[in-house]
Design a protein. Structure first.
Length: 201
């Protein structure tokens, strides 16, 4: 129905989260309506994403090897929040309620889709916990089966560790968030309150 150039791009956009073929088609037609200079700018911006890396400490997206949060000497090094994705970190930063560290797992344990703990940055997390001053681990994972299984897996691993189980307090943000809620989409006030009112696990 379309020329190969158009169809290829529709296929690309269709793979984006939450985007079906119809929306993908609208994106491509929007780009086609732009003049070549407008499209060129889009291409350049897209190419610049090649200069973005995962922070070697926390996993946040960054244009440096170590992200601005991990480089910030004013952050509290006694607390660490565990999130699934970089966008969850952004949501928590927006609340302005937290000045500690982060660790991004890169997903959640999902046994149905055969996505096990070995695919997450859990090994890196334990390396950080063992070689730092961290006193509190705060879970801010989606309130879903996948989120809960991931919390359980990590908590059990901490409890099995003789040293970490003594030195680290484990909490999770309060459930002011509705069941099934995604951290990324929670409003700042609710998320800020949930963070202040966290519960020991
Ligand atoms: Zn970082």
């Amino acid at each position: 129905m379309y020329s190969k150039e158009i169809q290829n791009l529709i296929n690309e956009f269709s793979q984006f989260p939450g985007i079906g073929p119809k929306t993908a088609q609208r994106f491509v037609f929007y780009l086609l309506r732009k003049d070549s200079r407008g499209r060129e700018k889009f291409i350049i911006d897209l190419k610049k994403l090649n200069n973005i890396f995962s922070c070697s400490v926390c996993g946040n997206f960054s244009d440096k090897k170590i992200c601005f949060i991990c480089q910030d000497k004013n952050r509290l090094t006694s607390k660490i929040i565990i999130v699934a994705e970089p966008q969850d970190l952004i949501a928590i930063e927006r609340t302005g309620e937290y000045k500690g560290l982060y660790h991004i797992l890169g997903g959640l344990i999902d046994t149905v889709r055969d996505f096990g703990p070995e695919k997450l940055k859990i090994g890196d997390l334990f390396k950080r916990l063992s070689s730092s001053q961290i006193k509190e681990v705060i879970f801010a994972l989606n309130s879903t089966i996948e989120g809960e299984s991931t919390v359980l897996y990590i908590v059990n691993k901490i409890k099995k560790d003789e040293i970490l189980s003594q030195s680290i307090k484990v909490t999770k943000i309060a459930r002011g968030l509705p069941l099934g809620a995604e951290i990324e989409y929670a409003d700042e006030v609710t998320l800020g309150e949930a963070l202040k009112d966290r519960k020991a696990i």
